[in-house]
Design a protein around this ligand. Structure first.
Ligand code: DQA
Length: 147
């Protein structure tokens, strides 16, 4: 099983940006944590990160016919991007939306998620463990086509 892990704008600044919301782990720490989790479960992962909306669309499109699932934290594009929603709909690859912070407990504008409508799962407010939960969900879902 092959999963693409996509991180949007400012997630490369993990560990530096607003630690009260996003914790002290760096982006590299996050990748290592995901790699370890993937190894333990025998799944393969590829990572992408960009601060640019169109790059995120390109990454999503590249999963078509090549990946079994997507775990994506679109960052602030969550709350604005119809293009990212449309890309997920276009490829039809099972996609989980992850937010490190609890987006429902912050500013009003963070409650809106365009991508959510096309996702099989949303995890919000579980820190970086949310990425692992999303991976496990996709792994379980693949083993049980009824999910
Ligand atoms: C985020 C929440 C978004 O509102 C914010 O713009 C981010 C990160 C999170 O992981 O909690 O960049 O997606």
């Amino acid at each position: 099983m092959k999963i693409m892990i996509i991180n949007g704008p400012n997630l490369n600044m993990l560990g530096i940006r607003e630690p009260a919301h996003y914790g002290k782990e760096t982006y590299e720490d996050l990748l290592n944590k995901i790699r370890k989790h993937a190894d333990e479960r025998g799944v393969s992962v590829e990572f992408r990160q960009s601060n640019h909306e169109g790059d995120l669309v390109d990454y999503i499109q590249s999963t078509y016919g090549a990946f079994d699932g997507i775990v994506i934290n679109p960052g602030a594009y969550t709350h604005t991007s119809i293009a990212i929603l449309d890309a997920v709909k276009a490829v039809g690859v099972p996609t989980c939306e992850v937010h490190i912070s609890d987006v429902n407990a912050r500013e009003e504008f963070r409650r809106v998620s365009y991508i959510r409508a096309a996702c099989v799962l949303t995890v919000s407010g579980h820190g970086t463990d949310g990425y692992l939960e999303a991976m496990d969900y996709l792994i379980k879902r693949k083993g049980n086509s009824n999910l």
